[in-house]
Each structure stands twice: as C-alpha cells, then as structure tokens.
Ligand binder design. Sequence first.
Ligand SMILES: [Fe+2]
Ligand SMILES: [Fe+2]
Length: 249
Amino acid sequence: MGKLRRTWLKLVSPLAWSRPGAERRFLASFSETERGSAVDMLAAAELTERRDLRRKYFIHALDETRHARLFARRAGDFGAESVRARAALNDANTLQAHGIVGGRSLFERYGELEFLAFVHRSEALAVEQFGVYHDLELLDEKTDQMLQNILRDEHFHVGYSRTELERYTRSGKGADVQRALRKVFWRRPWEAWMRFSVQIGHVVTSFWMTVLYLVVVAPFKLGAARERPGFRDVPPDPRSRMTAARGQG
Ligand SMILES: [Fe+2]
Ligand SMILES: [Fe+2]
C-alpha cells in the first residue's frame, strides 16, 4: 500500500507491541475484527446474485471465522478470558461496528462493486500490517507462525477481489471501479475523523456537565441540612381542604 503508511506502521508498531498487555489486547481486537468480516462475507454470500462469487464469499467467511477463533485462542493464552466469555456481547458490538448497521449489511449498503473494492483494500491493508509485524519480528514465535498461516488466506482474499475488480474494468466499467476505490479510500479517514469527533464530544460533554454540577447543583449543598431519620408528626394545615372537610363533620 502507501509508502507513508508502511513507514508509519514501522515506527509505531514496536512501541504499540512493547506496551504491557499488548498481545492480549491486540489479538482480542483482531479476533473481533475477523468475526466482523465473517459476518460481512456471509451476508454477501447470501445477497450476491453472482454464483461464482457466492462460493468465494462463503470460503472467505469460513476463513475469517477460523482466523477469529485462532486469534481468540491466542489472546486467551495471554490471559484474555473475556474473548470467549463475552463472545455474545462482542458479537453484538461487532455487528454494529463492522457489519450490520441499522439492519443493513455492508453488501447492501455498498453494492457488489464497492463491496469488492472495500474487501480488496481492507485485506491489502491487513496483509501490509501483518507483514510489518513479521518483518520487525515483533511477535513471539508461536504467534508469528499463526500469523503466517493466516496471511496465506489473506493473500487469497486480496487476490480474488483484485481479479474481480480487474474483470469489471475489462468489461468496460473501469471508471466505476476507480470511483469505488476512491470512495473506499476516503471513507477510512472520514470514519476515523467521525470516531475522533465522538471522543471529543465525550470530553466536551464531561467538561460541561462537571461545570454545571459545580456551579448550579453544588451550591444547594451548602444551604441543605440533613433530615432527621424516622417518622414525624405533621401538624395539620388549617388551610387544607381535608382539614376543612373534617371540620364539617
Ligand atoms: Fe482474516
Ligand atoms: Fe481476510
């Protein structure tokens, strides 16, 4: 992919993997991402009208399911019990974060061509990222071996999606392919920006709620006194309608 991204990955990956608990966190999150991809691919296998691609989408889904399991197991080896224990909850989150949004799968939202462009780019990025981990020898031997195993499938995913895009281009849809690739390219930074905006929103909301609490709510505490515990007699209010009614009797 881009030279810039590769350089960036080479710079930050050693730092990221040297932090305590990095293996557990990264492997668990990879597992979740793979499970999300499996859901996307199953939805695509169900929705596509091309029989030849249905088979490939299905094989792709099985691959991703296997990857999710491998990553989860390895994350478990590093102490991430939650990967399996919270599987149901994770699935719900994964569906929202990676696949089914508002009841619509990626395939439904993008259509076949853009979906293929998305698959191609995502898989190529993953191959690049895992390749950097391997080249820099950031992983222990067992994890690295597992990753090499997974990478073989990922190369297949990159390859078949590229072949399909090239087939679209040869059939005279080159402009559509380029447009789909551009859309997919720009969606990533846009979504990153949106995620960042949500984080900023949380910080700003916390700040203003704290200010509101300190300035508006907290002063009431100064004038407030604690009530005595237990029941108390309440003297009748001579102006109340109930007192007036009792007086009539
Ligand atoms: Fe995968
Ligand atoms: Fe993949």
